[in-house]
Design a protein. Structure first.
Length: 93
């Protein structure tokens, strides 16, 4: 696969809770092997399990040599990342 290929875009749902964790993991893993952009503009709640999914994806994408970026993080997403102590997940957004 070409490194110059356009990133896939995943729009994160407003509520990233326990019920959203497995569907999010499955969606992200289906896109493994290509650059990925996460649209976090609609997120109002970020739970710990979904944060773990996002952190694991960040690690996997880095190990695979592909970019994974967070685009347009909502204030709720940013505030909850900071509360968890993970502001760097925003990749400088």
């Amino acid at each position: 696969m070409s490194e110059s290929q356009a990133p896939a875009v995943v729009s994160l749902p407003p509520v990233l809770d326990l019920q959203a964790a497995e569907p999010l993991r499955a969606e992200l893993m289906a896109l493994r092997g290509r650059p990925l952009t996460l649209d976090a503009s609609q997120v109002t709640r970020l739970g710990g399990l979904c944060l773990q999914v996002l952190m694991a994806a960040r690690k996997i994408w880095a190990e695979d040599g592909h970019s994974l970026t967070v685009d347009q993080p909502s204030s709720g997403f940013s505030e909850q990342l900071a509360a968890f102590g993970e502001p760097e997940l925003q990749f400088g957004s």
